[in-house]
Design a protein around this ligand. Structure first.
Ligand code: F6R
Length: 268
């Protein structure tokens, strides 16, 4: 794992956007795995700015989102489809026909939707770069603690903690779902490169367990220790509980000077 600790959430967004930009230069038709939630909003704002300034284009990009609520129609402002349109897709030059979420219509079987989503990702060539956030309980996507580390896209019940954490986004008279279809842990692990962003003190405990704890289904993000190409971008607050901090800073400095000398590896 490459652990990069930056001063602020804003720096995390700038750095993450730079990495996305490097990938899109190398591979304009990249397949991106995308996350929703509060954390990537600053990244998406940055990407929109870079697009408006002519630095990047999403014309040939395909995207697959990690998850979508079950029982929330795509045109509902609370759906992750609406979130993605609002935060990114409506603001860049992406062809929306090439943007996908694991949405399940009322008359569809969620199990089949999950299976088709997996096949669809494969037929698009797999994910070049997967963006992840992390839940305060260590979830990635909506793979809650105790999710099978071998799981694939399927229905998951949100934990009470996740339900509570997300309640800030729903008004009291709005339906708040307890179920979602999410890419599984194995589906996420198949991405060629993973970029996990975590900011704020509320993530410090989960980040510590993900990076320095044992690999366990009770902290699904800990499985990322098994992935060859993961970069974890943290702000100071999210990094606060790391024991091995000096080493991460030292390694990052060495890596940056290697990149300056030899260029960024083409891991697309
Ligand atoms: C959302 C997702 C979740 C979030 C996580 C953190 O698509 O997959 O795993 O990344 O719940 O959410 P925020 O960023 O709102 O703290």
């Amino acid at each position: 794992m490459e652990v990069v600790i930056l001063k602020s959430a804003d720096e995390v967004a700038v750095y993450a956007a730079k990495l996305v930009g490097v990938l899109l230069k190398l591979r304009p038709d990249a397949v991106l795995g995308l996350a929703t939630g509060s954390t990537p909003q600053a990244l998406y704002r940055r990407l929109v700015t870079d697009y408006r300034e002519g630095k990047i284009s999403f014309k040939d990009v395909t995207t697959f989102n990690l998850d979508e609520y079950l029982g929330v129609a795509p045109d509902n402002p609370q759906s992750y489809r609406s979130y993605m349109n609002r935060e990114l897709f409506d603001l860049i030059d992406i062809d929306k026909q090439n943007t996908f979420l694991p949405a399940c219509k009322e008359d569809e079987n969620p199990r089949e939707v999950g299976q088709r989503y997996e096949e669809h990702i494969q037929s698009a060539g797999g994910i070049n770069l997967q963006i992840l956030g992390i839940g305060a309980n260590g979830h990635i996507g909506f793979n809650e603690p105790s999710s099978s580390l071998g799981s694939r896209t399927r229905v998951k019940t949100l934990t009470q903690q996740t339900f509570h954490d997300n309640s800030r986004l729903f008004s009291s008279d709005e339906f708040q779902p307890t179920l979602a279809i999410t890419m599984g842990i194995t589906s996420i692990m198949e991405a060629r490169k993973i970029l996990l962003l975590a900011t704020g003190a509320g993530k410090a405990d989960a980040v510590g367990r993900m990076i320095e704890g044992p690999i366990t289904a009770m902290c699904p993000a800990s499985i990322l220790q098994m992935h060859e190409r993961v970069t974890v971008l943290l702000d100071e607050q999210a990094a606060a509980q790391l024991q091995n901090r000096d080493y991460y800073d030292w390694t990052w400095l060495q890596n940056e000077s290697l990149k300056k000398r030899f260029g960024v590896p083409d891991d697309s």
